[in-house]
Design a protein around this ligand. Structure first.
Ligand code: ADP
Length: 297
C-alpha cells in the first residue's frame, strides 16, 4: 500500500542519509530496523512531509483505489498520516485531555461535541482515560508514548509512523505499548522504526533492515531467520581470545552470559571444536546483514 522507490537524501554536510531506498510497505505492522544513524528518522521525516528528498518517489495507495504522491501532495499526505516523532515533546503543565483536545482542534475537528467524543474514545483506546485530568509532566515514559499515539491517531489516519517509540521504556511499559501498536496495526499501515531487534521480532510480520542509508534486507522475519538455518554456531570463549576469534571466524555477535563472552558465528560447518549449532534468531539475521555490508564496503 506504500511504495517507495529510489529515495535519495544527502545532507549539506555530505552525509548520505538515504542512499537509493526502495521499499514496499503493506498494511499492518512494518518494522524498520537499524542502528543509530542508519537513516530511519530521515526516511520517516521524509514520508511525514517534514523534509524533502533529493530524488525518488513515495506513493500511498488510498482505500478508494487512488494514489497519493507523498513527496508532492503534502496536504493529502497529512490528511492520511499520523506521526509520533522520536522527540515527541509535551507541555508538562497541561492535562492529557486538554492537550489532546487542543491537537484535535488543530487537526480540524471543529465540532465541539464530535471532538469530545473522539478525544474520549482515543483516551480510552490508549488506556489513559483514568489519567486524563493529570498533567503530562507527571506521566511516565510509557504513558507519554501512549499519549503520543493518541495524538497520532487523531483524524483516523491510514498510515501511522512511529519513530523509535520504545527507547527508554521499561519492559512492562514496552509490552503495553507494543500491544497497543499491534491493535492499531490491524486496521492501518504502521511503520515502526527501532534499533531494538525484539520490537520487530515481537510485533512485525514484515520488516526491513537498514544501515548507512541503504536497505540491506526486506521481507518476513521468519523467512530471513529460516535462511540462516543450520549455519549459526555458538561458543563460550575466554575474553582474551576474542580478537583471535574475530580475526578467524565470521563472528556475528558477542554477548556476556554470566560475565563470560559467548560468541555467535556464521558458518556452514562447525567452525572448530566446542562450537554448538543453534537455532538462529532475528538478531543473528540483523548482525549478519550489518557484517555483509561492512565486508562489501
Ligand atoms: P536514525 O534515525 O536511523 O538514527 P538519522 O536519519 O537520524 O538515522 O540519521 C542518518 C544520518 O544522517 C546520520 O549520520 C546523521 O548524523 C545524519 N543526519 C541526520 N539529520 C541530519 C541533518 N539535519 N543534517 C546533517 N546530518 C544529519
Amino acid at each position: 500500500m506504500l511504495s517507495i522507490r529510489g529515495l535519495i537524501k544527502t545532507y549539506a554536510n555530505g552525509v548520505h542519509a538515504l542512499d537509493n531506498v526502495t521499499l514496499d510497505i503493506p498494511r499492518g505492522m512494518f518494522g524498520l530496523l537499524g542502528p543509530n544513524g542508519a537513516g530511519k528518522s530521515s526516511l520517516m521525516r521524509t514520508l511525514a512531509t517534514l523534509q524533502e528528498a533529493d530524488a525518488g518517489s513515495a506513493t500511498l495507495e488510498t482505500d478508494d483505489g487512488g494514489a497519493i504522491d507523498m513527496l508532492r501532495d503534502k496536504d493529502a499526505v497529512r490528511r492520511q498520516l499520523g506521526y509520533l516523532p522520536q522527540d515527541f515533546g509535551v507541555y508538562p503543565k497541561v492535562s492529557a485531555e486538554d492537550l489532546l483536545e487542543h491537537f484535535a482542534v488543530l487537526k480540524g475537528l471543529v465540532d465541539r461535541r464530535q471532538r469530545r467524543e473522539v478525544v474520549e474514545a482515543l483516551l480510552q483506546q490508549v488506556n489513559l482515560w483514568d489519567a486524563r485530568k493529570r498533567k503530562l509532566g507527571g506521566f511516565s515514559g510509557g504513558m507519554r508514548q501512549r499519549f503520543g499515539i493518541a495524538q497520532a491517531l487523531l483524524g483516523s489516519p491510514r498510515l501511522v509512523i512511529v519513530d523509535e517509540p520504545t527507547a527508554g521504556l521499561d519492559p512492562e511499559e514496552r509490552n503495553r505499548f507494543l500491544n497497543l501498536l499491534a491493535d492499531i496495526g490491524e486496521d492501518v499501515a504502521v511503520i515502526l522504526s527501532t534499533h531494538i531487534v525484539e520490537d520487530v521480532t515481537d510485533l512485525c510480520p514484515t520488516m526491513a533492515i537498514m544501515n548507512k542509508g541503504q536497505v540491506l534486507l526486506t521481507g518476513r522475519p521468519n523467512d530471513a531467520i529460516a535462511a540462516l538455518s543450520q549455519q549459526v554456531w555458538k561458543k563460550q570463549v575466554a575474553k582474551a581470545a576474542l580478537p583471535e576469534y574475530e580475526a578467524n571466524h565470521a563472528v556475528l555477535s558477542t554477548r556476556l552470559v554470566a560475565g563470560q563472552p559467548v560468541i555467535h558465528v556464521f558458518s556452514a560447518d562447525q567452525p572448530e571444536e566446542g562450537f554448538e549449532r543453534i537455532e538462529p534468531d532475528l538478531e543473528d539475521v540483523y548482525f549478519r546483514q550489518l557484517r555483509l555490508q561492512r565486508q562489501a564496503a
